[in-house]
Ligand binder design. Structure first.
Ligand code: PGA
Length: 261
């Protein structure tokens, strides 16, 4: 048994404007309330686009919802002449707790490499945000380098060179499983999460490794979530498409009902 509280994170990507965000968060909160969801046994966080954050913050604050707020990215810089960038300091002011770093779509479409991801991880620590460092391999990399090689390498690169490691989360998302409907098997996901934790323990310490939550992501749905979270190696899920449907995402958050915990 571990004392890591599972994290159910919903990455909306570039979907839902601020008005649609209100509807979704309200529906999600009511659905969880109806089901008497206990947030101390599974934390729930939404990751809306930047333009929705203030609205979502205001709603959560006014209605005292226990849902946490995450952002999808942050700048490696604090402030200044970086047109289009968003500082971690601004996110912190909006009660943002988590921030995705190095999502595979950022790596693919914005050329973010391990150096950028390390710098953004540092920026998250600096602004007291919890980075969710996304790692994962393409199908070609899986074939050429084998299971876990790329995610382990990306994890260690993101965590290298920080004077002090703050709280962080790793999300293992095989690129071939994102938005494709193809999922890793629960056994594959657990094996990779376990190798990531082992590598963190070797490179940093047992304590750091034991405290880190390691999530699985890639085509997670209410119907398959229990398989992943049955393993003690997997501490939650990062959900894309299925987080845009309040009932479906609420079903994912209530995974414990399916596994009888
Ligand atoms: P998906 O996306 O659940 O739609 O596969 C996951 C992600 O990209 O975080």
């Amino acid at each position: 048994m571990t004392n890591r509280i599972p994290l159910i994170a919903g990455n909306w990507k570039m979907n839902l404007d601020h008005q649609q965000a209100i509807a979704l968060v309200q529906k999600l909160a009511w659905s969880l309330k109806d089901a008497a969801h206990d947030f101390s046994t599974a934390e729930v966080a939404v990751f809306p686009p930047f333009t929705d954050l203030r609205t979502v913050q205001t709603l959560i604050d006014a209605d005292k919802f226990e849902i946490r707020i995450g952002a999808q990215d942050l700048s490696r810089f604090d402030s200044g002449a970086y047109t289009g960038e968003i500082s971690g300091a601004f996110l912190k002011k909006l009660d943002v707790r988590y921030v995705l770093v190095g999502h595979s779509e950022r790596r693919q479409f914005h050329d973010e490499d391990d150096v950028t991801v390390q710098a953004k991880t540092a920026a998250a620590f600096k602004h007291s945000l919890v980075p969710i460092i996304c790692v994962g391999e393409t199908l070609e990399q899986l074939e050429s380098e084998g299971q876990a090689a790329v995610p382990v390498r990306q994890t260690l690169a993101a965590l290298a060179g920080h004077a002090n490691l703050g709280e962080f989360v790793i999300a293992y998302e095989p690129v071939w499983a994102i938005g494709t409907g193809k999922v890793a098997s629960p056994e594959e996901a657990a094996a990779v999460c376990s190798k990531i934790r082992e590598a963190i323990a070797n490179e940093h310490s047992q304590e750091v490794a034991a405290a880190a939550r390691i999530l699985y992501g890639g085509s997670v749905k209410a119907a398959n979530v229990a398989g992943f979270l049955r393993s003690p190696e997997v501490d939650g899920v990062l959900v894309g498409g299925a987080s845009l449907d309040a009932d479906e995402f609420s079903g994912i958050a209530r995974f414990q009902k399916h596994i009888g915990v």
